[in-house]
Design a protein around this ligand. Structure first.
Ligand code: SAJ
Length: 386
């Protein structure tokens, strides 16, 4: 990446699941936006308006590109506001890897003049925004503005969710609040950068802990002979209980990842957070064991769903994918997933199936008639046939 000199309103760095919809949304509302990504394949797909499978995104992108408000390239341009939305994955020891954020900051550090606003939307360890500010010229405002949108509902949630934005200084908070209020219809709440970073980690760790409890109930329920989904459904009729759903494990690049950022920050204190991760990982092994118990030497296992959750095309950290790979070492496996090219069509797979395993509750699977499953062993870990 290099830096050009023309000045746009917003430069969005990282055109993935967050950066691209954000850039398209801002540009569709007449902000002059430049999107930057260093993967040529990403730039090519966007120019051809062939983006990620996300409701409404292709249309929003087409408008933004057609009206000339959105340009994309592998090159940073001068802007009043920079949104950083690059990946922050886990390193080999499950420690946060923020190298992509700092690589962008190093480039900006050479060019910024003061007066620009840097909004860090990537999920980061607590203290990252402060460390970023130390590397930039005085007068550059830095704020942590973690994204909170749900894949599958991104364009809606970008506008309607409340946002928590935290500056490294009160001025930076104020600038970030003003910027986000220009396109967010939810409430934009200002705080300090460390709190904003912690809020994001708390949100995803909370969800992981809640799902871990549901997964624990499902394993325990199988042992004592009760249907955990029914138990949860009825328990949730209590006004102060809201248990999430069990599944084959927790996937995606957020809920399965971010809790480790808290664990890395305070390993001896983040005991519940770590345990929830361990329970959710163990749930996938438990699923494989339940399938193994049913196998005969010639069994054909049909697995419904490969993606990390229902109705998305994303395979990152997918428990279904890990389970399929594991079962495929023991039996013939056919996988069905309308979002994954090359998977077996549903009707063809069901003809041969001895065992049908529900892994992801894609909408398309709801049309399966129980008649099609008679004489087959059905193991539903995703609540498809409820
Ligand atoms: N899951 C269950 N049971 C449930 C809900 C989800 O097993 O009741 C599983 C899903 O199947 C999936 C995983 O959990 O494998 C995560 O899915 P998700 O829908 O809970 O979350 P993500 O990863 O798609 O998006 C989350 C969201 N965070 C919260 O809801 C607190 C989203 O708002 C964040 O912006 C996103 O993480 C992120 O980027 O951090």
């Amino acid at each position: 990446m290099s830096v050009q000199t023309e000045c746009v309103d917003v430069c969005v760095v990282g055109l993935g699941y967050i950066g691209l919809p954000t850039a398209a949304l801002l540009a569709s509302r007449s902000a002059r936006v430049h999107g930057v990504d260093n993967a040529p394949r990403v730039i090519k797909r966007i120019r051809e308006v062939e983006p990620l499978h996300e409701p409404g995104l292709a249309a929003c992108l087409a408008v933004a590109i057609e009206n000339g408000y959105l340009t994309v390239s592998d090159t940073l341009v001068a802007a009043k506001v920079y949104i950083i939305a690059v990946p922050t994955p886990l390193g080999p020891s499950r420690e946060p890897d923020v190298s992509a954020v700092f690589a962008v900051i190093e480039l900006l550090a050479k060019r910024l003049l003061g007066g620009e606003l840097i909004c860090i939307e990537s999920t980061c360890p607590i203290g990252t925004a402060e460390a970023v500010a130390l590397r930039l010229p005085t007068g550059v405002q830095v704020a942590s503005c973690p994204e909170r949108v749900l894949p599958g509902r991104i364009l809606h949630e970008l506008v309607w969710n409340d946002r928590v934005v935290g500056g490294v200084s009160p001025d930076a908070t104020e600038s970030a609040v003003v910027f986000y209020r220009s396109f967010v219809k939810g409430e934009v709440i200002g705080t300090d950068s460390r709190t904003a970073e912690a809020v994001k980690l708390a949100e995803n760790a909370y969800r992981d802990v809640n799902i871990a409890f549901a997964n624990e109930l499902s394993m325990l329920g199988a042992q004592v002979g009760v249907d955990a989904r029914e138990v949860i459904r009825l328990a949730n009729r209590h006004p102060r209980v809201q248990i999430l759903e069990p599944g084959p494990g927790v996937g995606g690049h957020c809920v399965a990842v971010d809790p480790w950022f808290l664990v890395a920050a305070a390993p001896s204190l983040a005991r519940l957070t770590r345990m929830a991760r361990e329970v959710n990982l163990a749930k996938s092994d438990w699923v494989v064991d339940r399938i193994r118990e049913q196998l005969q030497p010639t069994s054909v296992v049909v697995c419904l769903g490969l993606t990390y959750k229902a109705d998305v095309d994303d395979l990152r950290e997918s428990p279904a994918l890990a389970i399929v790979r594991s079962v495929a070492t023991m039996a013939k496996v056919l996988t069905v997933d309308p979002y994954v090219p090359g998977a077996t069509p549903l009707d063809i797979a069901l003809v041969d199936a001895d065992i049908v395993v529900g892994l992801v509750a894609h909408r398309e699977f709801r049309s399966i008639h129980l008649e099609q499953l008679k004489d087959k062993i059905v193991l539903d870990f995703a609540g498809i046939f409820q």
